[in-house]
Every structure is written in C-alpha cells, then in structure tokens.
Design a protein around this ligand. Structure first.
Ligand SMILES: C[S@@+](CC[C@H](N)C(=O)[O-])C[C@H]1O[C@@H](n2cnc3c(N)ncnc32)[C@H](O)[C@@H]1O
Length: 856
C-alpha cells in the first residue's frame, strides 16, 4: 500500500474515533439518583417481621420485641432511611505487617481522616465532584450534627464531615463518614485517596465493606491452620484469612498455615489470584470447583487412623455462599430493581449443599463459618437449620458475641413465614403487557366500565391493584403500612404477588422442588436443639453497614454415613438443576467425589478440550495440564550453584507448570506441598494458581544462569541464599528507592564499601537487604537488583512495591519521605482546635478503641 493511502486510512481512523467520542459525550446521560425502592421487597420484609424487634435502649447491644405499631413503624423508618443512604466506605490495615509499621499507618489514618474534614458541597448538600463539575454525590447524614459551615464559595459551601471511626469489633479497621465515590471525587479527600490507593497497591491496606470483615474475624484462624474458603472470589475475605496464616513462626522462613481459595467460576478464580498477589504470601492455593464437590483430601493407603478420625483436612472452613445479596442495596442499586423472593428459594439448596460439604471437609474440632449478604431467613436460618438437621448432631452453633464485645448483631430467628411468588412467566408477560401504555389505557376504560379500580386474578389468587401500583411507583418506601396487624401485612404482601404457605403441605406439588420442606421453620423440638439465636444478624441501621448474616458451627464429631449420603444426593440433584460449575473442568463432571481417595483418573473422559490440545502439543500430564511439577533438576542445580542455595531447598520448593525449562519457577511452601500437592489435589480439581513466582527466565542469553529471582517471593528465598546477597544501610537502600523502578543506578552513588562490592559482582541478579533485617523476614526488606554491563545496577522492584518500601523505611529508620504527605489544611485545623479548646481535639486518636478490640 502506498504511503498516501496509509496516511488517508490513518486520518479516517482518527476522524472516526473523534466522532464516536463526541457522540458518546453527547449521549452520556446526566447523573440520575437511583430511587432505592421496591414495593415487593418492602411488603415481604414487613410481613416476615424484619421490623418486629428493636434495640433495648439507644446504646444497648440487646434487642427486644416491638410491642406497638409505633415501635414497628419507628424500626421500619430507621431501616429504610439507612438503606437509602449510600454505604460508608471502610478499610482495614493488614494484620500480617509489623507492629511498628502498623502504628505508623494508624498515625497516617489519624492525620488524614481522624478529625472533622471540610468538604465542598452543592446547594443540596451533595459532595462536589472533582472529575465532573455537574455530578454530585449523596453524603446526606454524614455531617456532624447541624454543623454546616456557612462559607460562601460561589454555588458551593463547605460542610463538616465527621471523622472516620475505628470499627470496634475488627482490629485496625475504619469506617469513613463518606461513600466510595466521594473519596474518589471530592478534592478535599484527594490526598487521602492517593494514600489509600498507594497503601492498597502495596498490600498494607484493604478497602473492604465493614460487614465483609466479620467472617474471617469470627473464624480467626491460627498461623499454622489449614483454611478453606469455598466461594472465594473476588477475594476480600480470602486476603483477610491469608493475613492470619501468613505470619512466619520464630526461627522459620515461611508460613506453616495455608488458605485454599476456591470458586466455581474459573474466570473469577483468576481475578482472585490478582487480588491475592497484593498480599504477597506463598500460603495460598487457588482452585476452581463447585464447592459442593470439593474433594476430601485423604492419602490413599497412607492415610493414618488419626486423619480418618478427624475426617477433614481443614481447621477452618468459610462458606461465604452465593446469595440474593439484598443486604447490599446501599451500594448495589440493581438490587432494588431486580429483587425477587424466588431468588432466595432457588439458591437455598445450593447454599445447604455448600454448607454440608464444608462441614464434611472440616476437621473434628474445627470451625465452619456460613455467611451471606442477604437478610432473608430462607437463605440464612433455614439453611443453617437444614445443615444442623442433616449433620445429625455432628455440628453445633457457637455464639461469637462474647469474643467481639462491641458488635451489635440481632439474634438468629427461630420462626419465620414462607412466601412463594405467584408470578409465573405467563403472568409476568401479562403484567408487562398491562403496563404497556396502550393496554393500560384500554384496561382503565374497561375497569371504569366495571365500576371499580380493582380486579381479582382468581387463577393465581392474586389481587391486582393498579391504583396502588401507580402510587407506590413514586416512593413506596415512605409508605407506612395502614396497620401492623399480621393478617393485614400478609394481604399487603399478596398485593405484590407474594403468597404465604403456612406449612409445606400447602405448597402445590408442582412447586415443591422450588419451595422445599427445608425452607420452613424448625419444629419446637429442633428450636431447643439448634440454638439458632446464636447466629449474627446484622441489619444496616444497627451499625450503619450493609445487611449481613453469619453463623459459626463447631464440628464435634465426624458426619454420619447417612449425613454424607444426604450431602452427596443434594449436591448431585443441585448440579443437575443448576449450572454453578462454571469451570471447564467441572462441566465434564457429574458425580461428587468426596469419598474417593487419591486415585488419579485413568480415562481421558472429562478432560477439557484445551487441556487435551495442550497434551498433544506439549505432551505433559493430562489430568490437569497446568499441574505443578518439580522443576528440571539440572536447572535447579545451576540455580543452587549461582545463588548459593542448598540443593535440598531448591529441589523441594521450586515447581514449574509446564515442566522442562519453563518461563516461571514457582516457590511453594513445604506445608502446601505436603498437605495439598502430595495428597493429589491436582488430580481431582482444576488448580488455578499457588505459591509465588520464584524465578523468571530472561530472554537475553547474557548471563551464566538465565533465571532471575522475582521480587514477590524474594523475602522467602533470599534467607536461603549464601551468594549474591548484600546487606546495605538505610541511605544506600533509599538511594535505590529514590531513583525509581528499573533506572540505572551508578555504582558510585552507593557508599564506598558497597560500590566496591558491586564492581566486583558479575553480571546478573543479586539481592540487597536492609542491614539488621536479614533474619527478620516478616519485615520484608529485601530487593531484587541487577548488575548491568556498565558501572551501574538496576532495581527490579515495581512502582507499587517501591512505595511500600518508602513507607516502611521511613517507619523503621526515619530515612526518606512518606509517599503521600497528608493535607496541610487538616494539620492547621487540628492546630486551630487545640488552641481554641486548649486540649486534644476530639476523636483524633484511635488507640483507645484499638485496645478494646483484641479478638480472643
Ligand atoms: C458472595 S460471593 C463470595 C465473595 C467472597 N467470599 C469475597 O469475600 O470476596 C459468592 C461467590 O461464589 C461463587 N459460587 C457460586 N456458586 C458456587 C459454587 N457452587 N461453588 C463455589 N463457588 C460458587 C461465585 O462465583 C461468587 O464468586
């Protein structure tokens, strides 16, 4: 093609791009506030008694029944008002970082958001966006009472926001008085946002919803524990669990515990790997499998009697199951639009199946946590009751309230009403037709002729009330029920298509596969036995959070053969009905295999086609083409020689996923190898990832050993290195940090002895460690470097980790600078308050609250 034509094509492409950008700008709809309302959801929750209990006193953590209609209405209003405000953002400081450094980060938090902050708001009190001048965010209810500052700044004013609060039942966690969008977009919070991003990238801080932090704290694994997270993606709870098991025992060089993070959706499991990379721990093992079929990991003939007696491998199991998610309405507007009671019934059997398999996989004496972000008893207490029923006395519920003294959580319910949704597909279609403008008009005319505004759909036993539908469209949440009488509330629910079934026998036979016996409340005898009140029910207005449910089981004996059979049957029935097995590996499987021992599958049936094709190309293991296999021995020998490892170390801890001279060698902990790989986990399920990248092959062939260590695992590998490792002082360390990632750093810029050593070092990778931290591995002060051809070295550390090093170096030695200096205005503000009141400004310290927050 001639040059002229090429240019023409390029200009055409550019023009088209500009046109499409212009078009998309024009088409961009203005920000419209989503109405958080759903009449059916409101009618359902009122009818099943969500507003029937209240706090015993304003600061009480106990609850009592609402005895009057006024009390119930007050409860409803509190609930609704809260549900309609946007969710406050929250974050926590990682638990696996050094105490000294944690204190430093807490100080940063105090400086940034520990005092009242003034932010710019528009005339309606909405926070002003820095990205789009016209867009505004809802921060209503976040200001300190009546404290709107009357400073005129054109159309905007300054409004004082309450300081961040330490979350009293989660260690080192904070809840802000603004939502995520405001943090992202308001200029007053820009520095704090930058700080938050940098610390998140470095793995020291995790932005996580407050209630989502509860299950790992309830489980509180010990550092040597084997933990299973059955439904793990996107991984916020997994990273929290990983922090518990990532600590290195005294005298050791790696964690003893591990977390298996599983999700049925392989794509989501890959996202999980990305999320966990921040934590930089080798103690994770990511798999993709329907949790109902996650296998028992016995060791065939080598299984000991003790292992058989314990039944499961895991000390802690988290079942954060898929759910309708109606507790997340404060951050997910879609919940309001799409809520349906059927969703709870549909997901209920899968939730029971996952919980039961979790119980089977736990050790006797271990704990299983069941959690959902739904408020619906069908997904909560009904599931817990069925798990207890099927487990036949092997499990008991544990009340964690006493270990989390400041948590406000309502007791689990022992009775509830069961509703079915009357809307069949046909009825739904009809209703959509009715809402069609033309149909509506005709219908109105017809009904006027009939002389009333209502018609009864006899077939479906459903009252259709158009006038009501019109009214509720506006703002159904602000509508007080005419009466709090139970019968009235049930009828009101019927108006929304919700039909109550008093007993299972009332459920029409053709609906019983959907509305199951297990959805109904337990019998009086079971109520006494199950102790459902020990569950934690978190309602949004109790702690200004999302809605959440948590139950903790203790496994007191192995599951009976009958219980296991039941679990198998349920899982099989569910897998026939629902396609939760997103992974390619799972889709070819139809039988649960919990009771199998590790017999590698011999047949080639059930192998994903991609894996088969890989086999044809590469000729490696067919069960799991991505299996971890011990790396090439000659390569490991060369590595040991060049970096000074013992061969025992390299031979046992480096794996490749493709065999031969693969691009990456993975570093896997002894405990992951012994408990998972050696037990044949790879023969049973799809393994997505494990360990950390230990060595990476270089494309250039200019060095004796063409593999360089990776920064992500260097803290675990370097203690075993006896060659090419240099301890340097803080100034030399900072010298590398200030130059940035991959920049050439002249040898002469280091102190004289280090410069001399560097000049004597041959081409290739080496490691710097901060003096005094050689054996203090948990502080992670190792850096991967490269000796270049000229008189220079490179620092092979990415930008995010460089920032992390800067923060730590400043905290440990006082040298260097903080990555994001905090807002000077706030400093001035504290100073001003101090001068005015001659005492410390209120709420500037979190330490008091932190002291109370030691989880036992
Ligand atoms: C509530 S989310 C889990 C959230 C996660 N624990 C966290 O804290 O980030 C539920 C997850 O379960 C997965 N899932 C759905 N059905 C599953 C099944 N049968 N087995 C395993 N995972 C499943 C979904 O893909 C989804 O990622």
């Amino acid at each position: 093609m001639g040059r002229k034509n090429q240019k023409k094509k390029m200009w055409n492409r550019k023009r088209k791009l500009e046109e499409s950008e212009d078009k998309s700008k024009k088409d961009r709809k203005p920000y419209v506030k989503c109405i958080s309302s759903n009449p059916k959801m409101e009618a359902y929750y009122a009818a099943i008694g969500l507003h029937a209990t209240q706090k015993s006193g304003p600061d009480s953590k106990d609850f009592k029944p609402c005895l009057s209609a006024e009390d119930m209405e007050a409860e409803r209003v509190k609930f609704i008002t809260c549900m309609r405000t946007s969710l406050r953002a929250s974050f926590r400081i990682a638990q696996n970082i050094e105490e000294e450094f944690r204190e430093h980060l807490i100080e940063d938090v105090e400086n940034f958001v520990g005092t009242e902050i003034e932010i710019e708001v528009d005339e309606e009190g909405n926070a002003v966006s820095k990205a789009r001048g016209d867009a505004t965010m809802d921060v209503s209810g976040t200001d300190t009472e009546g404290n709107v500052t009357d400073i005129d700044a054109g159309k905007t004013t300054l409004k004082k926001l309450a300081p961040a609060k330490a979350i009293p039942y989660i260690p080192d966690a904070y809840q802000l008085s603004v939502d995520r969008r405001t943090i992202r977009r308001n200029p007053a919070l820009q520095n704090f946002h930058e700080w938050l991003k940098a610390q998140t990238d470095a793995g020291f801080v995790t932005r996580q919803e407050t209630v989502s932090m509860i299950p790992p704290v309830v489980l509180s694994p010990e550092p040597h524990h084997a933990v299973l997270d059955m439904c793990a993606a996107p991984g916020s709870k997994t990273s929290q669990l990983l922090e518990y098991v990532s600590s290195i025992p005294e005298g050791g060089t790696e964690p003893e515990g591990f977390v298996v993070a599983n999700d049925s959706d392989a794509k989501r499991a890959y996202m999980l790997v990305h999320q966990l990379r921040r934590i930089n721990s080798p103690a994770s093992f990511v798999t993709a499998k329907d949790a109902q079929f996650f296998p028992q990991l016995l060791r065939g003939e080598n299984t000991t009697d003790e292992e058989r007696a314990q039944e499961g491998l895991f000390d802690r199991v988290l079942c954060d199951v898929p759910c309708s998610g109606d507790g997340t309405g404060r951050k997910n507007p879609g919940i309001w639009k799409h809520w349906s009671q059927s969703a709870a019934h549909s997901i209920h059997p899968v939730q029971v199946g996952i919980g039961l398999n979790g119980a089977r996989l736990a050790k006797v004496g271990g704990f299983i946590c069941y959690s959902t972000c739904s408020m619906n008893p069908i997904e909560n207490e009904a599931v817990v009751a069925q798990i207890l029923r099927d487990a036949d006395g092997s499990l008991e519920l544990v009340d964690k309230r006493k270990d989390m003294p400041n948590i406000v959580a309502r007791p689990g319910w022992t009775k509830w009403k069961v509703f079915g949704e009357s809307e069949s597909k046909r009825i739904k279609k009809d209703r959509q037709k009715k809402n069609n403008a033309k149909m509506k008009k005709r219908r109105k005319e017809y009904e006027e002729k009939q002389g009333n505004g209502k018609s009864l759909d006899v077939e479906e036993n459903r009252v259709v009330d158009d006038t009501q539908e019109e009214e509720t469209k506006e703002d159904p949440w602000s509508e007080t029920p005419d009466s709090w009488d139970e019968n009235y509330l049930t009828t009101r629910a019927a108006l929304q298509g919700l039909i109550e079934f008093k007993t299972f026998e009332d459920v029409p036979i053709n609906h019983r596969h959907h509305i199951r016996q297990s959805c109904f409340p337990p019998s009086a005898e079971e109520v006494d036995k199950f102790n459902l009140e020990r569950c934690l029910r978190c309602l949004p207005h109790d702690l200004d959070t999302g809605g959440f449910f948590v139950a903790l089981f203790k496994k007191i004996s192995p599951l009976s053969a009958r219980a296991k059979r039941k679990a198998d049957e349920l899982a099989r029935a569910n897998s026939d009905k629902y396609d939760f097995r997103h992974s390619k590996h799972d889709k070819n499987e139809s039988k649960p295999n919990q009771n199998e021992d590790i017999v590698p599958e011999k047949s080639s049936e059930g192998i994903p086609s991609t894996e088969l094709s890989k086999k044809k190309k590469g000729g490696y293991g067919f069960n799991n083409a991505e299996s971890f296999v011990t790396a090439d021995t000659s390569l490991l020998h060369d590595l040991s020689d060049f970096y000074g490892f013992t061969e025992e170390f390299t031979n046992s801890q480096f794996y490749s996923r493709a065999g031969g001279k693969s691009k990456i060698l993975y570093y896997i902990t002894e405990s992951v190898k012994k408990n998972l790989i050696d037990r044949g986990i790879q023969d049973k399920i799809q393994v997505i990832n494990s360990g950390l990248r230990g060595f990476e092959r270089r494309n250039k062939d200019d060095c004796v050993v063409n593999y360089r260590p990776c920064q992500e695992s260097i803290h675990y590998i370097a203690p075993h290195m006896s060659k090419r490792k240099f301890a340097i002082g803080p100034k030399d360390f900072y010298n590398c940090l200030k130059r940035g990632s991959n920049a050439a750093i002249p040898c002469e810029s280091f102190s004289e002895p280090i410069c001399k050593k560097l000049r004597e070092t041959s081409l290739g990778a080496f490691v710097f460690v901060l003096e005094g931290y050689e054996l203090d591995i948990s502080k992670k002060m190792y850096m991967v470097m490269w000796r270049c051809r000229g008189d220079a070295v490179n620092c092979l550390v990415c930008e995010a980790e460089m920032n992390g090093f800067k923060s730590k170096l400043k905290a440990f030695t006082g040298i260097g600078e903080d990555i994001i200096p905090f807002n000077n205005n706030i400093e001035m503000h504290i100073e001003k308050e101090k001068n005015e009141s001659n005492e410390e400004p209120a709420q500037t310290t979190f330490s008091n609250i932190r002291d109370k927050c030691i989880i036992q």
